[in-house]
Design a protein around this ligand. Sequence first.
Ligand code: SF4
Ligand code: SF4
Ligand code: FES
Length: 388
Amino acid sequence: MQVALKIWRYDSTTGERALRDYEIDAPDEATLLDCLDIVKDKHDGSLAYRKSCRMMICGSCGMRMDGAAVLACKTRMYDIAQEGRVPVISAMGNLPIVRDLVVDMDSFWGKFKAMKPYLQPGFDVPEDGREYRISQERMNVIHKEALCINCGCCVSECNAMESDPEFLGPQALAKGMRFVGDPRDAATVERLEEYSGPHGIWECTRCFFCNERCPKGVDPRDAIAKLGAEAIQHGIDRDMGAKHAKWFIRSTETTGWLRETELVPKTQGVVSSIKQMKFAMGLIKHNKAGLAFPPHVARDVGEARNLRKLVREQDRQGALGHVQGERALARLAHGHSGDESLEDIYARQGAYAQPYLPGEGSAGGQGSLTQADVTPGQEPTKKPGGGA
Ligand code: SF4
Ligand code: SF4
Ligand code: FES
């Protein structure tokens, strides 16, 4: 097939930048990475990009295609070439470009290391001296996070990092959740304290671009939501973001809707509220302050209360209460038409996997209980006396 590409070339030593056109002959099964290899081998040996495994596991080949992060070795070119599209290839966002498609990952790895991405000692050693065994349900909470290959595609698209480059970011926080959720780790509280600081959990703007772009189904935004839930469960709620989240729950439980006028005093405190009095007076003047007393109670408030009751009865606290698959829920909100059952919607071509609570597992796909890389059963993999 004939593949046409436009590639942003950049040299950080001279500051030279140019969008170059390439047209190559590639096999039908070629990926974007294969095409870049052909460009480099046959057309322009000066093109710089990273690669290693060519099979979506090393995380080296993250870059942007038409402005959205992709793994080059996962991106097939056949349909694009057939459509006659000429994609624009550029380096990942939110990281300084060194040359062409190669970015400086120092800050990325610095944040990764700051998460202390290894088990902290202090956990109980199993009495029989054998392998530490964890229930499948417990591991399902961090199954998706453990799939991260540190490619940086999520970081490339992160809105919060654009405004605050110090923000820990989706990749580092997903890694943090991988250890917070691991029952063998003995530093849960210390981790949550650290991750809840400035530039941490609560700085995420919930734009969901990281979930959208992650090529491995890690869903880093979900991981950040789990960290937030764990922090609140452990009483680490100093941050305004945590207070905000708590008020959402309290407000919807008591009246069935969000009482925004009380949001400022509840999250920012009295002093800050007084400072914003002028703005509040403006709202009152234009009848937009929603100061009805007693506050308006939604007609179906019972449903919100029942939901809260259910969560309490099932004891789904912290990360265990997080519904996996928020994208699926978001899609549902816009895609439900009349007579279709939920099963019909999830059976649609290209539909997201059905949301599920930890322990239930989805029927298939990332994070499912049937996926090959989830170890089934309870048998230890290491037998006494050695051997696998
Ligand atoms: S959801 Fe949060 S972490 Fe993910 S890309 Fe948006 S701001 Fe960044
Ligand atoms: S969370 Fe996904 S996109 Fe982000 S670094 Fe890990 S694998 Fe890549
Ligand atoms: S080359 Fe390893 S993930 Fe693409």
